[in-house]
Design a protein around this ligand. Structure first.
Ligand SMILES: [Zn+2]
Length: 233
């Protein structure tokens, strides 16, 4: 699947004229019988300096880990990205903002998937924060610093000390993965200051994620569901 870039030229009632960037391959789509296309709006803005720096930093961290020179790894990562997403060729010197956003997302997912350490600096400015919190929970990395040692799962909404800690429905709590130091900081400065300082909140997980993280078993989940049903009668 290819993604084409186009510029609006004219609008008459519900008929629009678009100038397309790659008419050659677009015509070959038409010849193959495709006549319906999706349109997605996007801003014509160029990528930001932060996005450019973050892209190069991520490429460097991946190349370093896999043992390739940065420029070689950059080419293969861009090829993979284009293959997966269908975006046309682009340059990190002047591509559109949305391509940079998608490319950084690809690099971040790549690092989580292959367990590659990378610097978390600027991640909250360049990547979907909710997704970051989720990936850190699933791959057991600290959401603040990316550390993968002594990672603990924190309940953002405090679990009262009076409650039986073994009888907690983790699905009802916003969760986040934190290293020992950041977990300590969370409890030292409090949930509100922590969220203000690091710009993220914990997220609620789906049943299957809760089970695969071994926070609860299916048996416990079913027991809670049974309990809710009884209480609602
Ligand atoms: Zn940390």
């Amino acid at each position: 699947m290819n993604i084409y870039q186009s510029q609006l030229k004219d609008v008459k009632d519900d008929l629009i004229t678009l100038k397309i960037n790659d008419i050659g391959s677009f015509q070959s789509e038409l010849r193959r019988g495709y006549i319906a296309f999706d349109l997605t709006p996007h801003t014509p803005d160029k990528l930001s300096d932060v996005q450019r720096r973050k892209s190069y930093a991520m490429i460097h961290d991946i190349a370093d880990y896999e043992g390739y020179p940065d420029d070689i790894k950059k080419i293969t990562l861009k090829e993979q990205f284009k293959g997966v997403t269908g975006y046309p060729d682009f340059s990190l010197s002047d591509c559109k903002k949305d391509i940079a956003t998608a490319f950084i997302a690809f690099l971040v997912e790549y690092c989580f998937y292959y367990d590659i350490p990378f610097r978390f600096k600027d991640l909250t400015n360049t990547f979907d924060t909710q997704r970051q919190v989720f990936l850190c929970l699933v791959h057991k990395r600290c959401t603040v610093c990316g550390a993968d040692e002594r990672v603990e799962i924190n309940h953002e909404d405090s679990v009262g000390s009076g409650l039986n800690r073994n009888h907690i429905d983790h699905r009802q709590h916003r969760l986040e993965a934190l290293c020992h130091n950041h977990h300590f900081e969370f409890h030292t400065i409090g949930a509100e200051s922590f969220a203000k300082k690091y710009h993220f909140h914990g997220i609620k997980l789906k049943d299957e994620d809760i089970v695969s993280l071994k926070l609860m078993s299916w048996k416990q989940i079913h027991e809670f569901d049974e309990e809710y049903r009884r209480n609602h009668k």
